[in-house]
Write a protein that binds this ligand. Structure first.
Ligand code: AHR
Length: 505
């Protein structure tokens, strides 16, 4: 064993309160996320609205706080009106983003019914790609206006008298990306986003509006895009979006394991850019980040190749990545990074929820199961409470091609002063193998150990499948103990752990 991982933490190392919206997810009309994902009327578990009850139960178990809808790349070619009113009158359309046919059986009203049952807050994205400000206002009025005008009366005729009161609205999706329908320059997008935001606020002043940031920190326009967009829209928007996907590339396991370093740097760079605009404009307000797409995604695999030619299927198998134990460790580390930045990341959405790069998988007509990534998300969402604490980590470093040197361990903690619950989330991500853990918790008073669980598999590429859904699951870590005020234990190689402690009664 190499030198130990030492964690230094104190109740006063507070970053910000844990935000429930950190645990958001994303449902896009993409592949089998909607059809045979959340919605499958012929499924044995389907409820009266056609929603799979097994997926609803897993969504609640996952601890999802909010769900972004309806896209993604899909939204930039979407006509929201196609998805409301009598189902038999709704048109089918080609979705150019994913070369699929969209039957429009599920639309805004169905999504809102599902969100109610899933107990999640909705987050709605408008189309600023092939459409514009008028259509953004139309869908806002359909969703949020009290009865008495055309669109809200239409909503009532469709069976929904009360306004939905959707608070979070995304002003388009990834408008910086050349692949996006209606892709724009930063100047073009800054204008339309600002004008859409101005009118949407006139319609409904309580909205929380999210401008599109860069679709990745690797974009050539990254940071310049944020600067231009925020300089124009600063007073009218609340958040700027960030998107990031990670995967092991060309067998470079070490760089992949250090992916959270990139997320840390990405968030810090967006914060620096937003605060630069704040200084330039002499404003008090701070722009927050909506990290509304994040995950592991193996984009180069065949699973992510859309259909082509004359083949325009409904709900094809697309982006159905199977996640390994190592993916789950990196994923848990990304959640650590998001939590650590709770002072500026006001909302986040795991992309996506079901079947499409998802923690929940389904077989049409068959069962639903949990991918490896389900576990760190569910446990973090359930047990992160109170204040996020910054944890100083001392650990050996490891070399990797992408970042040079990275720490072999990473951690964050949450402390609920009122209930006396302290929860530590820690990853061993170095190539050195097992590492000893050591933390001085004397500053928290008289604690007892509640539980320690670790997600790890001897084969880091082991995965959960339909036939073997419990191959990689968190297990009690019996090495963890509290010795006076000192926490000790062992972190297996490539592992994610959660250690729960409580003030002794
Ligand atoms: O989540 C999959 C896709 O990734 C989304 O449609 C798009 O916004 C992003 O590029």
């Amino acid at each position: 064993m190499s030198s130990p991982v030492t964690l230094t933490l104190q109740p006063s190392f507070q970053v910000a309160p844990v935000r429930r919206r950190t645990f958001g997810a994303f449902v896009e009309h993409l592949g089998r996320c909607v059809y045979t994902g959340i919605f499958e009327p012929d499924h044995p578990s389907a409820d009266e609205d056609g929603f799979r009850a097994d997926v609803l139960a897993l969504t609640r178990e996952l601890g999802v706080s909010s769900v972004r809808y309806p896209g993604g790349n899909f939204v930039s070619g979407y006509r929201w009106e196609d998805g409301v009113g009598p189902v038999e009158e709704r048109p089918a359309r080609h979705d150019l983003a994913w070369h699929s046919t969209e039957p429009n059986t599920v639309g805004l009203d169905e999504f809102m019914a599902w969100a109610g049952k899933a107990e999640v807050e909705p987050m709605y994205a408008v189309n600023l790609g092939t459409r514009g400000i008028a259509e953004a206002l139309d869908v806002l009025q359909y969703a949020n206006a009290p009865q008495g005008i055309a669109y809200s009366d239409q909503r009532a005729e469709n069976g929904h008298a009360e306004p939905y009161g959707i608070r979070m609205w995304c002003l388009g999706n990834e408008m910086d990306g050349p692949w996006q329908a209606g892709h724009k320059t930063a100047e073009e997008y800054a204008r339309i986003a600002t004008e859409a935001a101005r009118l949407m606020r006139q319609e409904d002043p309580d909205l929380e509006l999210i401008a599109c940031g860069s679709s990745s920190s690797q974009m050539e326009t990254f940071a310049a895009w944020e600067n231009t967009v925020l300089t124009e829209s600063y007073d009218l928007v609340d958040m700027i979006s960030a998107h990031a996907y990670y995967s092991e590339k060309d067998g470079d396991q070490a760089s992949f394991l250090a992916s959270a370093d990139d997320m840390d740097h990405f968030i810090d760079s967006v914060v620096a850019t937003a605060d630069h605009v704040r200084a330039k404009l002499k404003r008090d307000k701070r722009i927050m980040i909506s990290f509304d797409e994040w995950n592991i995604w193996y984009q180069h695999r065949a699973e992510s190749r859309p259909p082509s030619g004359d083949d325009w299927p409904v709900a094809p198998v697309l982006l159905e990545d199977t996640y390994s134990a190592m993916d789950a460790v990196v994923f848990g580390n990304l959640l650590i990074s998001l939590l650590r930045h709770s002072d500026r990341v006001a909302s986040a959405s795991l992309a996506q929820l079901v079947n499409v790069i998802a923690p929940i998988m389904t077989a049409p007509g068959g069962e639903a199961w949990k991918q490896t990534t389900f576990h760190p998300f569910a446990l973090t969402s359930r047990h992160a409470a109170g204040q996020v604490l910054d944890v100083r980590v001392t650990a050996p470093s490891f070399e990797n091609a992408r970042f040079g040197k990275s720490s072999a361990a990473d951690a964050v903690a949450t402390w609920d002063e009122e209930s006396g619950a302290l929860t530590v989330f820690v990853v061993n991500r170095g190539p050195e193998g097992e590492q000893a853990l050591n933390a001085d918790l004397a500053g928290f008073g008289d604690l007892e150990l509640v539980e320690a669980v670790t997600l790890h598999h001897e084969d880091p590429y082991a995965a959960n499948t339909q036939d073997a859904p419990e191959t990689v699951v968190p297990a009690p870590n019996d090495s963890v103990a509290l010795d006076g005020g000192r926490l000790v234990g062992t972190l297996p190689a490539i592992s994610w752990s959660m250690i729960r402690l409580a003030r002794r009664a």
